[in-house]
Design a protein around this ligand. Sequence first.
Ligand code: 2AM
Ligand code: CA
Length: 265
Amino acid sequence: MNWESIDTYAKKWVKEAGEKIRSSFDKTLDITTKSDPNDLVTNIDKETEQFFIERIRETFPDHKILGEEGFGDKLESHEGIVWIIDPIDGTMNFIHQQRNFAISLGIFENGKGRIGLIYDVVHDEMYHAIRGNGAFINEKRIPALTETTVKESIIGLNATWVMENKRIDHNLLIPLAREARGTRSYGSAALEMVFVATGRIDAYISLRLAPWDVAGGAVIIEELGGVITNLRGKNLDYLSQDSLLVAKPGLHQTILKNYLKDGNW
Ligand code: 2AM
Ligand code: CA
């Protein structure tokens, strides 16, 4: 089985899952909370993850699965082929807005990203990449990323992090927010990563994300020459939660060196 045929299955299932999510808009959601009152999950998140797991297990019984809702495997390493799935990234948006959410899927081999798929369900836009083959929105190739300066950048950044006052490090984000051309917050890490990939924003920062929030986007970003690390400038391990800095080449290094280096992220 080669990557192109794995990708064909993955895309087909993502589209089918998207169709099911769109048809759920008319129905009443069953909403529950997870770690805190704002950490939401719906029956659609769970059903969508189970939909993927059934198909992957049937077609690729030796592949492993890491999914946000916990129906996959408990992984301690990235040995072999691992599907990293967020059935709905941006669940709060899904519930409140019925838009600004995505299905995020990364397929990794021995810890290395091979396939990234992010599906903006409402716009029927599939962002996709197979490592080494370029990145696309639907059929259209996305051009490689170019360098820019902080002054000319729009930075994806959640105001909640900047305002956080329990940890002094968060104040380091204030000069960055002030000196950038603008800041934006969309509430879906997967979409914010593809917005960096397509140049709609220039960088994206988060203080805490899980592997399923970032795995699909990472493959797409790297395929275009973008850089992805945690806020300490280290590679992500795609097994644990971590902070995130995704940016255009050059800008990534500038933000790390000039704004973030004194933080205990
Ligand atoms: P989710 O919708 O799949 O939960 C919101 O700014 C972004 O952060 C979304 O991608 C959201 O993913 C993610 N997110 C929300 N709460 C989180 C948490 N407690 N840990 C890690 N990521 C979280
Ligand atoms: Ca989710």
